[in-house]
Design a binder for this molecule. Sequence first.
Ligand SMILES: [Zn+2]
Ligand SMILES: [Zn+2]
Length: 289
Amino acid sequence: MRLPDYHTHTARCGHAQGRPGDYVEAAQARGLLSIGIADHIPLLPEADPELSMDACELGDYVSEILALKERFPGYVLLGIEADYRPHTVSQVRSLLESQPFDYAIGSVHHLQAWGFDDPRQIDGYEHRDIDAAWIDYLELVGDAAESGLFTILGHLDLMKKFGYRPSRALDAELDRLVERIARAGMLVEINTAGLHKPVGEAYPTLDILRRLCAAGVAVTFGSDAHRPEEVGRDFAHAVDLARKAGYEEFASLVANPDGGRARVQSKPLEASAAGAGSHLATPSQPTGS
Ligand SMILES: [Zn+2]
Ligand SMILES: [Zn+2]
């Protein structure tokens, strides 16, 4: 099956490897439908060279991906992953508006000053009420959905990364979040990177995907690759998850020739032939539009 991978990082992020061209090559070798490069936007309020490019590199990043877009028309998209943090919304908005991004992935990586998915800050879980942290987190993701800044919500339940899960099912909170996402018309990615983190499962969990599907929220795919060989990783598993959740279609992005954000196109989600394998097996025929 031909799927897109919209969540990939390159060496510019300071903690990933490979150049954008290597990622495009890997996507083609794997028979992906298309690829979006989504390096992390310059970190705010303070730069962190281990997490993202510096503000002065943004122009070079954009030029480099635009050159690839020209070389591979219809195949490469210019994306960006940006944080949703209440006190940096207006700065992020200006950065997003300053460049011709085809799409933006909106991610919550922080609760106030705490970078809860950063292995260097894992001790932050030790002296916290985990349920309260989850509730705050889900609220912020809902705010991100309603901010109008983003196209795709990234790794929706990232807070489970190190295995810290809520002690009870957060049904009311999740239903409220899903309703906010649906009303905002956001896309949600099935992000396979979680399979390789301590939690050992994709983001978001099947239970959340079922709620999203029932609410009519469209899904798409992201590997969160930090090396070219991780492009499209575990997408057969992601397709199985989507189908188990009830999805029969996925969202694909098509660059807007008039500029502005990409248009969303639905494509049929065929059953994966490979089951819960690792990479896409072989390129199958295009699914049309
Ligand atoms: Zn992220
Ligand atoms: Zn990422």
